[in-house]
Write a protein that binds this ligand. Structure first.
Ligand code: ADP
Ligand code: MG
Length: 256
């Protein structure tokens, strides 16, 4: 468990445009171990998505270094708020899009896709179009599409934000279970503190922009059953929630 697969060392980043420079990240350093589920929380606009884009290799850091093994670099999964399913393709065709594009579509991939669809209650929707599914089902389909690529590192940028509260609880629990069952290393950005506590092993709290790491909080919950919904009833939950709430609201205080 304690084998780091990602190391961020002193990451700094600024955006440059006609209005000048916006410094987004200052000296961000942390590491993520194999199989770990890390949540990142912080005030809106502090630089969370920027950090994820840098880890994904979509943006170059201004200074600092991202150390990621070759295998994980080639197998990064990225899931966003929108499901980005293609409406003209069936769910099955959407799920197999990645292997199709990368020319890695094999019988085994199809079997994996079928297993994931069946495990997560979408098998009977496989020949439907995305618009025929609920928001929660579409997000699950989007996750299966990502999982079919067998990512070594999964990056999730507020993936449940577009869902209503009820679906959000159900889908985040489902998705948490899928990720745990597959033992995938994941980084989840969320503004929902309960979600961060119930899904993750560790939570990084970022300061206001330019973001630095304010706190690195391990999450140890006493659970009767290992589900994210049960996590919300764990005895440690309330104290962790209060701690995070204080850290985040202190950041907003400075703005007034
Ligand atoms: P978060 O995901 O934490 O809400 P972002 O990483 O999206 O924050 O953005 C961090 C800061 O950088 C914000 O203040 C945002 O306005 C600014 N920013 C984001 N993208 C750009 C861009 N393309 N050009 C200039 N500034 C940007
Ligand atoms: Mg964001």
């Amino acid at each position: 468990m304690n084998q780091p697969i990602l190391e961020c060392k002193n990451i700094c980043f600024s955006y440059h445009n006609l209005n000048g420079e916006t410094r987004a990240l200052t000296n961000i350093s942390f590491q993520v171990n194999k199989g770990e589920f890390l949540a990142i929380v912080g005030p809106s606009g502090c630089g969370k998505s920027t950090l994820l884009s840098i880890i994904a290799g979509l943006l170059e850091p201004e200074s600092g270094e991202i150390i990621l093994s070759e295998h994980e670099k080639k197998h990064i999964g990225y899931m966003l708020q929108q499901d980005h399913l293609l409406e003209w393709r069936t769910i099955w065709k959407n799920i197999l899009l990645g292997p199709e594009i990368t020319k890695t579509l094999t019988k085994e991939k199809e079997e994996l896709a079928l297993k994931l669809l069946s495990d997560y209650g979408l098998l009977k929707f496989k020949d439907k179009k995305p618009s025929e599914l609920s928001g929660g089902m579409k997000q699950r389909a989007a996750l299966i599409r990502t999982m079919v690529m067998e990512p070594g590192l999964l990056l999730l940028d507020e993936p449940f934000s577009a869902l209503d509260y009820q679906s959000r609880l159900m889908v985040s629990a489902d998705i948490g279970n899928i990720i745990r069952a597959c033992g995938i290393t994941a980084i989840l950005i969320t503004h929902d503190l309960s979600e961060a506590i119930s899904l993750s092993d560790r939570i990084l709290v970022l300061k206001r922009r330019p973001a630095t790491i304010k706190k690195d909080i391990p999450v140890h919950l006493t659970l009767l059953e290992n589900t994210p919904l049960a996590a919300r009833n764990a005895p440690e939950f309330q104290d962790l929630f209060s701690l995070l709430w204080k850290e985040i609201s202190d950041e907003y205080q400075g703005e007034n």
